[in-house]
Design a protein. Structure first.
Length: 109
C-alpha cells in the first residue's frame, strides 16, 4: 500500500533515470547511514570460479579413486608366486611377490 503511494508520487516526476537513481541512493544513504552499492559482477564471476574449481577437484578425486581402486586380483601361483592388482580400466596398479624371487620380480616389473 505504501509502496504504491511512493510509486505514484515518483511516477509523476519527469526526470532522467540517472537523476532518479542518484536521488534514491542519496535518500537510502541518509536513512541507513551507509553508502548503498549494487553488487559487482565480479562477485558473480568469483562465485562461478569457486564453483568450477570445486567441481574440478571433485572430478580429480573421483578419477583418482576410480583409477587406484583395485577391482580384481590375479594370483599367479608358480615359482615365483606373484599377485597383480588390476583396476576397472584393466591397468595393473600393484604387484606383490609372495616369495623372495617373486618380490624381486615385482620390483623389476
Amino acid at each position: 500500500m505504501m509502496q504504491n503511494k511512493i510509486q505514484k508520487a515518483f511516477g509523476q516526476i519527469c526526470a532522467d533515470d540517472a537523476l532518479k537513481d542518484t536521488t534514491k541512493k542519496a535518500v537510502l544513504e541518509k536513512a541507513y547511514g551507509k553508502q548503498v552499492r549494487k553488487p559487482f559482477a565480479t562477485k558473480r564471476i568469483y562465485s562461478y570460479g569457486l564453483l568450477a574449481s570445486f567441481a574440478l577437484c571433485c572430478i580429480i578425486f573421483m578419477g583418482k579413486y576410480l583409477y587406484f581402486t583395485p577391482t580384481a586380483v590375479i594370483s599367479i601361483d608358480v615359482n615365483p608366486s606373484i599377485e597383480l592388482d588390476v583396476n576397472r580400466f584393466d591397468q595393473i596398479i600393484g604387484v606383490e611377490g609372495w616369495t623372495r624371487i617373486g618380490s624381486i620380480t615385482g620390483c623389476v616389473v
